[in-house]
Structures are given as C-alpha cells and as structure tokens.
Ligand binder design. Sequence first.
Ligand code: FAS
Ligand code: PHB
Length: 393
Amino acid sequence: MKTQVGIIGGGPSGLILSQLLHLQGIDSVILERKTTDYVLTRIRAGVLEQGLVDLLHEAQVFERMEKEGEIHDGFDIAYNGKTHHVNLKKLTGTGVMIYGQTEITRDLIDARKKSGGVILEEAEVFDIQGLETDNPVIHFAQDGEDHILECDFVAGCDGFHGASRKAIPKEIIKTYEKVYPFGWLGILSETPPVSHELIYTRDEKGFSLCSMRHKMLSRYYIQVPLTDKVEDWSDDRFWDALKSRLPQNVADKLITGPSIEKSIAPLRSFVCETMRYGRLFLAGDAAHIVPPTGAKGLNSAASDIHYLSRALIDFYKTGEEKGLSEYSSKALKRVWKAERFSWWMTSLLHNLPNSEGESGDFTGKMQEAELDYIFNSEAALKSLAENYVGLPY
Ligand code: FAS
Ligand code: PHB
C-alpha cells in the first residue's frame, strides 16, 4: 500500500491532519490500532481555544460544534470558601468553546468516511523504517498479518504510548518529564451542571473541577492519591468528596446522579525534543503531555497540526521545505508555554506535599498568597486569562 502521508493514530491529531490534507488534494492513510467505535468511548478534553475552533472551521468540520457547543466568557476559581471570577472576554476579548473531544472525534471520523478517507482500524504500527530516506515504510499488523504502508512522510499522531516517538534514535531524542504525585478521578453524569461556567477549586482536601459537556451532561473531577483505584470510589463517595471541597453555596446547588463514566487519569508533564526526525513529524500527545488543569492537551495538539498541515501543503504545492524544517522549533516554542501554564495552574490549585526543607503548610500559604495576588492585580489576572484562552499560534 502507498500514500503521500502515512498518519499513525486516529485520535484528534491524526484526524484533523488527514482532513486538512484531503481538502488540499493530498492523500493520507490513518493507521489506528483500535476500532473507531473504541476511540469514541474515550472521555477526554472539553475546553477548546479559539485556535482549535478556527482549525475545525478550516477543516470544514464545525457545524455540530457551532450548534451544540457553548461559548464561555469566563470561569471561576474558588478557594477559602469564596468564588472569584475570571472574565476572559473582558480581559482578552475572547472566551473558550465548550464541546467534548469525543464529539470532535465523531465529527472528524464522519467527515473522513464521507469523503472516502482511509482509516485502517485495528491496524497497529510496530515499526517505521527508512525515515532518513525520501520513502519511509510503516510496518503494521492487522487481522493477524503484517503489512507495510509506503509514504513520503510519516505523521506520528499516536499519543503518549504510541510507536512513532520510539522510532527517533536514542542519541538524538531528548525528553523532559514531571510525574505528579496524584491523579484526577473524573465522572460524567447526566445531570445539569452546578454552574453555567467552570469552577476550579483549591481546597485543603484537594483540587476539584466542575465542568460540563452540555446543559444535561456534567463532568466533575477531584484530586485523588495515585494509589487510589476507581473501584475504591462509589458514586456516593465521589459526590460527598466533591461537595466537601466546594464553597457551601455551590455544594448546596449540586445535583448528583449516577455516573455514566468514571476513570482516574494520572498527571504528568512531558515533552519530547525533537518533534521531527527525517521524514517523521510528531504531533499532539505523541510529542507532549500536560496535566489537564489548564485544558491545554488537545489545544496544543491543534497548534502542532496547524503548523504541520501548512508545512506539508507548502511542500506538495511548491516544493518549499522551509515549513518542514522549522516545524519542530516552531511547535515546541508554543508547546513549552502551554507546559509552563499547565504546570503553574496545577501547582497553584492542587494539594501538594511540602518540598525538601519546607515545614508547616508552606506550599499552601504560597498558593493562597498567589491567588490573593492574582485576584487583586489586573496584570496578574490578565496573564492567567491570556494563557487560558490560548497564546497566539
Ligand atoms: P490520542 O492519544 O488522543 O490519540 C492517539 C491515537 O493513536 C489513539 O487512538 C491510539 O489508539 C492510537 N495509537 C497509539 N499507538 C498506536 C500504534 N502503535 N498504531 C496505531 N495507532 C496507535 N486534554 C485536555 O485539553 N483536557 C482534558 O480534560 C483532558 N483529559 C484527558 C484525560 C485522559 C485520560 C487523557 C489520556 C488525556 C486527556 N487530555 C485532555 C489530553 C487529550 O485530550 C489529548 O491531548 C488528546 O487526546 C491528544 O490527541 P492525540 O494527539 O490525537 O492523541
Ligand atoms: C473537562 O471538561 O474535561 C475539562 C475542562 C477544563 C479542564 C480540564 C478538563 O481544565
């Protein structure tokens, strides 16, 4: 089998890239190790920066998002029993779109299938050869047999646990990582959200987040120790823990109900430098991971795909290779700023153990002082807001 761009991974990164290339007459094949039905069972991101909304418009996959998505002009941060508003629209001129990653993925799969896009399901990539040549070969297993896909370029969109990053020689790749000593226990419930916007809460019992997918689908998270298992958490135990971390006036309004999804996600910061090796280009979670606190995971994948799609289209239309050679450094510049913001917001709002040499709840006092500073300084609040809505591409 042969194509122009071999895309490993049928998550949002791979699907958006494939759709953008298709609209410019560039062929691609997506190799996805799971079925598309399985991919659609994943509950992930919910907050879209304007950059991602624009990219979905460019990909001509926006109708349902515009109809069912909701624009939020701000969000709340609660601590010490009080709620403080971050007015994104007033501070930055824009807000964020609330529309689940699952729905984006559904819309993209439908669009690719409608336009004859090739998504090979249950096709697991296990090797990539010839990346230093002009004709790399992707090796994948499907239906118990090994196959090859010859292509001009390989897009590694296969997430943190994928195969593509491993194809970069050890002597070339540099990785940076921080693993956080806690996870997020998240649930989805068919209940009205407790508030019309998101509420991030810092509490001595731990972080919590009240989010949503739409007016009758709520998404809640609480910080839990990494040793916890999802089976340790009944719905009742979850709701009690969430209520105990919310300001009383919010807890009193919380409408609970049975969870339709419940899972624990570990938190890590991770960056792989370089994001390019020969004819391989990494994008999205294959290259970087953020703790979800700042809602930057999916949104950083979007800016990668914005840069990579333009570079590939330039190459095929004009032979120009400038975009391809600048891709990694350009993508990493924005990735590192998203990493910083995600680490900062996670460190600000979660219950952290004292560092070496600290005594008393020193870290907690630093968090409180920073929050007091933010909500009494226009400059500090604007800085938070401009990072949350997304820095320019
Ligand atoms: P994905 O991981 O989504 O997709 C990679 C695809 O590659 C998968 O479908 C996988 O099956 C496939 N694949 C892997 N190895 C392969 C192989 N060898 N061969 C073929 N296919 C292979 N971000 C936010 O902004 N907000 C959130 O709240 C949030 N919550 C998250 C919760 C969890 C549990 C996780 C894991 C991530 C979360 N994220 C969140 C981040 C998430 O949204 C990612 O940023 C987003 O999925 C990135 O998309 P992709 O880069 O396409 O990677
Ligand atoms: C979500 O709705 O899943 C969500 C929203 C904001 C975040 C993280 C997750 O910062």
